[in-house]
Write a protein that binds this ligand. Structure first.
Ligand code: UD1
Length: 423
């Protein structure tokens, strides 16, 4: 298994291009299942999760071609051959469950393996099931698979989610586009990736209003047609690289970044003493003098502070002046990076969903292990700021969500290299 060697070497300066959003692309790709006509996505990120979704769609009979070095995905679901999302693919990536709503709407049936838990928490599917049942689907669990059917089609309904789940919102919105009548989804998630999905569905002929608010209204149509859509900027990759100059010093411009994608995160960076400025090309982030100040962070659904930036923010807080309290409210087990950061000299106390971080003047390089996608990049950020060498192992987690991480950080002056393993 490959690892990444990082040697801390002071301020970073330059520009980093930000890719299209992994999480948007992973919900836009299954939208191809809703139509017989082609769907083309531009600005797609080059990631292993995208390859996994490609394999899943191909196993259902969709054609998926990766063009222009993977930045364009040309898809067609004219002839679907299967309605079963197999465990062997679903277990690799929870977002595989996003084929459930579209398949049910287009084919009247879907069999999707339950994803199982993952390192950051149990992550059940009950909210997806409740949403699709509200549309008239009959769903039962057999042999680890959800068997869903809607023999006489889905029917529009009013449904209020108990929690604003991102994935359940996406599944219900996609399913409702082809339902008979009007669907009103209350307490919907408001993430930018959902807005992006709705914009794409609208280009395909769907009638939807209210995306980005907590009530989304969908007027079902008989069929959707083809479209071309540009994937929105990845706000998590953006926030991650904004933390690079914050933790190392220097000034870095994140190309394609926009304040509207990272509002709550930027408020915390500002409070910690980091300057963020919107430019005509993106966002410029600078830490010019001294240590950052400790700030408290609570993760929340959008527009709150994203859980997917909590691990990276913790890396910054490890070097801050003062004590910060990080509260994780979305996932029950998302502090696995804490013991790894402690190997680098960080002072962190974890109690349940709360981590108390007492900033230290400097971190020290150490061998550390990535446990999940965002944890792995937090260790790289910590390594950039640490004295000496940090080796991050199990970087396959990183490949799921960050394209060209070595090239992008080298481009702003970091000393970082990937060490290939023979095994
Ligand atoms: C998406 C993102 C993920 C991000 C998360 C929260 C994708 C591909 N992934 O994941 O990167 O961290 O949003 O911003 O877009 N839950 C239930 N029952 C359900 C569904 C969810 O209890 O049926 C719980 C989960 O276990 C979790 C919380 O709700 O504790 C949030 O999950 P959800 O918003 O659904 O996240 P995902 O769509 O899985």
């Amino acid at each position: 298994m490959d690892s990444i060697l990082v040697t801390g070497n002071g301020p970073l300066n330059g520009q980093i291009p930000i890719a299209g959003a992994k999480n948007a692309c992973l919900t836009l790709m299954p939208a191809t299942l809703l139509s017989e006509e082609p769907l083309t996505l531009t600005n797609a990120p080059r990631l292993s999760d995208i390859k996994t979704m490609t394999l899943l769609l191909q196993s259902l009979g969709a054609e998926v071609s990766s063009l222009q070095d993977g930045q364009v995905l040309a898809m067609s679901s004219h002839d679907l051959i299967s309605h079963t999302a197999d465990y062997e693919i679903v277990r690799k990536m929870r977002a595989s469950n996003l084929v459930l709503g579209p398949m049910l709407a287009r084919l009247g049936q879907a069999v999707v393996s339950l994803p199982g838990g993952c390192a950051i928490g149990a992550r059940p599917m009950d909210l997806h099931i409740e949403a699709l049942e509200a549309l008239g689907a009959e769903i039962e669990l057999k042999d680890g698979y959800l068997h869903a059917k809607a023999p006489s089609g889905l029917k529009g309904a009013v449904h209020e989610m108990r929690f604003a789940s991102v994935g359940a919102t996406e599944n219900m919105v996609m399913a409702a586009t082809l339902a008979n009548g009007t669907t009103v989804l209350k307490n919907a998630a408001r993430e930018p990736e959902i807005v992006d999905l709705v914009e794409c569905l609208r280009k395909m002929g769907a009638q939807i209003e209210g995306e980005g608010t907590s009530t989304i209204e969908i007027q079902g149509v008989d069929r959707l047609h083809g479209a071309t859509h540009q994937v929105v900027t990845d706000r998590i990759e953006l926030g991650t690289y904004m933390l690079a100059p914050a933790i190392c010093g220097g000034e870095v411009e994140l190309l394609g970044g926009r304040l509207s994608l990272v509002g709550a995160f930027v408020e915390k960076l500002n409070a910690a003493g980091i300057d963020v400025e919107e430019t005509d090309k993106g966002l410029k982030v600078a830490r010019k003098n001294g240590r950052v100040t400790a700030v408290d962070v609570t993760t929340e659904p959008f527009p709150g502070f994203p859980t997917d930036l909590q691990a990276q923010m913790m890396a910054l807080m490890c070097t801050a002046e003062g004590t910060s309290v990080l509260e994780e409210r979305i996932f029950e087990n998302r502090f696995m990076h804490a013991p790894e950061l402690m190997r680098m000299g960080a002072q962190i106390d974890v109690h349940g969903g709360t981590a108390t971080v007492t900033g230290v003047e400097g971190l020290k390089g150490a061998p550390v292990m990535a446990t999940d996608l965002r944890a792995s990049v937090s260790l790289i950020l910590a390594g950039l700021a640490a004295e000496g060498e940090t080796v991050v192992s199990r970087v396959y987690h990183l490949d799921r969500g960050y394209e060209h991480v070595v090239r992008k950080l080298e481009g702003v002056g970091a000393r970082i290299e990937r060490i290939k393993s023979d095994g």
